[in-house]
Ligand binder design. Structure first.
Ligand code: ATP
Ligand code: SF4
Ligand code: MG
Length: 321
């Protein structure tokens, strides 16, 4: 496995006292060349996970292993090497790209910061190569971010993320700030880049149709936990957790014959500051049992016969015990 996240937790002190359990014990793994998607409603902890992976914050508990190495115990040199290999693309390229820098500098910056610029000719050749990978013309080097469309700006952000030849990209809602009409172009570009370079992706997305086609495996998050995870085909094809079923039923689906499952109506998401006891989904669950308010359901594997090489299809729900 390239990346293994085990029982990751991130708790923040809340302003008025108490603890925000933003991420509360999350585990998943991603192999080279594969995409793991994290989906779930606003506030369920997706970006907080991304920030831990990018070492922007220190987890409260749990382990992140990259290439078999415990990331939390890396020395300074190890951290630098990790930062080279794990790069990010964020939602809004207008705020992630410094508007005062030309594209040439935006792309050169990570290379120079890591002493990988080489001589002038080598650097220029690499910048042109990066532009070609993301489908922008050489003339783009001399322009500023505001001179591009939103889709082109996201291409620049992708090129910058690729500059150091990373092995993993963390993509936090990479298309949701873009016009609907150009989202598919960026998704296709990311898929093509993955095929060409064998990159692994952790992608955070709201657009379930995108996730279904783009990811090999998916984790459905609810208030800091993964409610259900597994191969995308299994989770989307036969969702087993009531929350996943509700989420898929309420999402616009490409299949016009698809009807939302009966009785699954989503109310407000609860709070990570005062999460409900037992199964955190119980106040909204149409199938809740008395035990659900008292006992936290453990993650249970649903496909014991599937090969070990596949990510397991698993869910945390008392109905599945
Ligand atoms: N620095 C912080 N201090 C306190 N609480 C925080 C902090 N960062 C995030 N949170 C809280 O943690 C929870 C998870 O936030 P997070 O941004 O990870 O959600 P998300 O799934 O990315 O949501 P969205 O889909 O809206 O981007 C939220 O309740 C949020 O308010
Ligand atoms: S554990 Fe209970 S409340 Fe939670 S999803 Fe399953 S049935 Fe619903
Ligand atoms: Mg977020």
């Amino acid at each position: 496995m390239l990346l293994e996240v085990q029982d990751l937790k991130k708790h923040f002190p809340a302003r008025g006292g108490g603890t925000v359990r933003a991420v509360d014990g999350v585990s998943f793994a991603v192999d080279a060349g594969q995409t793991f998607a994290l989906v779930g409603e606003s506030g369920c902890g997706k970006t907080t996970i991304a920030r831990q992976l990018l070492l922007l914050e220190r987890p409260s508990a749990g382990a992140i292993r990259f290439d078999g190495q415990d990331v939390m115990s890396l020395d300074r040199k190890g951290v630098l090497a990790y930062r080279r290999q794990v790069q990010a693309v964020f939602q809004d390229p207008s705020s992630s790209l410094n508007p005062r820098l030309k594209v040439s500098m935006l792309l050169a910056e990570p290379l120079l910061a890591h002493g990988q610029g080489g001589d002038r000719a080598a650097l220029r050749a690499r910048l042109l190569e990066l532009l070609e990978i993301v489908g922008l013309p050489p003339g783009a080097l001399e322009l500023y971010p505001h001179e591009f469309s939103g889709g082109q700006r996201q291409r620049i952000a992708v090129a910058r993320a690729l500059a150091l030849r990373p092995r993993l990209l963390v993509l936090d809602e990479p298309t949701s700030a873009l016009d609907v009409s150009i989202r598919a172009q960026i998704v296709n570009l990311l898929a093509e880049i993955q095929r060409s370079f064998g990159l692994a992706y952790v992608v955070i997305a709201h657009d379930l149709a995108l996730v279904e086609h783009f990811s090999s495996a998916v984790g459905v998050m609810y208030l800091g936990n993964i409610a259900e995870s597994g191969p995308s085909s299994a989770v989307f094809g036969s969702p087993r957790h009531p929350y996943t079923q509700a989420l898929l039923g309420s999402a616009p689906r490409p299949d016009p014959d698809h009807q939302p499952a009966e009785g699954l109506i989503l109310g407000d998401i609860g709070s990570a500051l005062h999460p409900p006891p037992g199964c955190k989904f119980h106040p909204r669950c149409p199938r809740a049992l008395p035990a659900c308010a008292a006992e936290t359901p453990p993650m249970r594997r649903l496909d014991p016969a599937a090969g070990a090489a596949m990510p397991a299809h698993q869910a945390a729900c008392h109905l599945l015990q």
